[in-house]
Write a protein that binds this ligand. Structure first.
Ligand code: PLP
Length: 395
């Protein structure tokens, strides 16, 4: 008798990002926190909008605590689910019903539940690389197979690659926009072509290819439009999280919404409830369900992220680094000046710059910089980036 080998491996395998983060913490103790420039984690650096704490205070003052902290229904408190459906209807004109909103513990739970709800033996799930590394873990735990479609050179969608990747076994395509790690926001035109492609594939085989919209960064854009996917393609399942928009990453709150026009919407939602039940994701944190319901569409100080982005992007370009134009989320994706991103990160470490090599996102030769840090950290890091650029002869 032995324990589950796959789970043991997942538990023992060290996440590259976490490893860099831990290294940064140790280094900060050695040489001082202000001398280490840790750009590894995507942990929001701005405070939640004031409505969050105001609503927490109001709920604590006004709601009997035994009720406030008790179980809600498995899918969430009815008034919270209704608020989410109403918000989506009003904001996007989308056909959404309270009955098909499921409150979850952030995007990670939204995705694992949605994937488990859909997946049957032999199913494939298409991801656009570079992508969030946990997609592979979530898809495989759901019994699915990962199929990758590389993004285009500018990191927008490569529709020919997607056409090749979507086959008769594809259950769903996962799309993440604004994107982690590239900061790209997919435009309406390319999404319309994707929607037509998925509709054509669905018609050909007589069964829908679902689209899973992984949207933790929906509100974090710097001017670019983020088209609402269910309005472009009906078989879209929304996997939303309040982690980044409301800076509530540690509170674990989000939702799944299955739109009215989605194929077998009721069956799929029943499977979402079943998957939530079998994974133990019932009754998302009750206090934060209610807080989120009052803060729909709100966000922390996006202007602060924009300042960070502009400061870093302008400096890195002036130093000769090539970066993907960042339109949303809080990441810069920078081309490594040498073929190995890992080697580049090692050299950056000499200047106390902690960057994440792109290999774990499924492509080689880039690094991700999370600019959700305090602005002075970026200001202090610029001479280090300049020295790094000099080492490569860029300036
Ligand atoms: N999807 C993407 C693209 C992410 O970047 C993240 C977190 O960084 C998640 C999902 C998971 O989000 P959550 O913390 O809400 O589970």
């Amino acid at each position: 008798m032995s324990i589950n080998r796959i789970m043991r491996h997942l538990g023992e395998e060290r996440s590259v990002i976490r490893e860099i983060f831990e290294y940064g913490n140790a280094r900060k103790k050695e040489i001082g926190a202000d001398k280490v420039f840790d750009f590894s984690l995507g942990n929001p650096s701005v405070a939640p909008p004031p409505e969050v704490n105001a609503e927490i205070a109001r709920l604590i003052a006004e709601m009997p605590s035994v009720q406030l902290h008790g179980y809600t229904s498995a899918a969430g408190a009815p008034e919270v689910r209704a608020a989410v459906a109403d918000y989506l209807k009003t904001k996007f004109g989308a056909p959404m019903s309270t009955e098909r909103v499921y409150m979850t513990c952030g995007a990670a739970a939204s995705l694992t539940i949605a994937l488990t709800a859909m997946s049957e033996a032999g199913d494939e799930f298409v991801v656009v690389t570079p992508c969030f590394p946990e997609y592979r873990v979530f898809i495989e735990q759901a019994g699915g197979k990962v199929v990758t479609a590389k993004a285009a050179a500018d990191f927008h969608l490569d529709l020919a690659a997607l056409e090749r990747a979507v086959g008769i076994h594809t259950k769903a395509v996962i799309l993440n926009s604004p994107n982690n790690p590239t900061g790209v926001v997919y435009g309406r035109a390319e999404l319309k072509v994707l929607a037509a492609l998925l509709q054509k594939k669905s018609d050909e085989r007589g069964a829908p290819v679902y689209l899973i919209a992984d949207e933790p960064y929906r509100e974090l854009t710097y001017g670019a439009e983020v088209p609402f996917l269910p309005n472009l393609y009906p078989h879209t399942v929304l996997c939303y999280s309040f982690s980044k928009s409301l800076s509530l990453a540690g509170e674990r709150i989000g939702y799944i919404a299955v739109p009215d026009g989605c194929a077998d919407a009721d069956g799929l939602f029943a499977a979402v409830c079943g998957a939530g039940r079998s994974l133990g994701y019932v009754c998302a944190p009750a206090l934060f369900q209610r807080v989120a319901a009052k803060c729909l569409g709100k966000s922390g100080d996006i202007a602060a992220y924009r300042e960070n982005r502009d400061l870093l992007w302008n400096a890195l370009r002036a130093y000769g680094f090539a970066c993907v134009p960042p339109e949303g989320a809080f990441y810069l994706f920078v081309k490594s000046p040498e073929p190995s991103a890992k080697a580049f990160c090692e050299r950056a470490k000499k200047y106390e710059l902690l960057l994440v090599p792109s290999d774990s996102f499924g492509v080689e030769g880039y690094v991700r910089i999370s600019y959700c840090v305090a602005k002075p950290t970026i200001e202090r890091s610029l001479p280090a980036f300049a020295q790094l650029a000099k080492e490569y002869g860029l300036i």
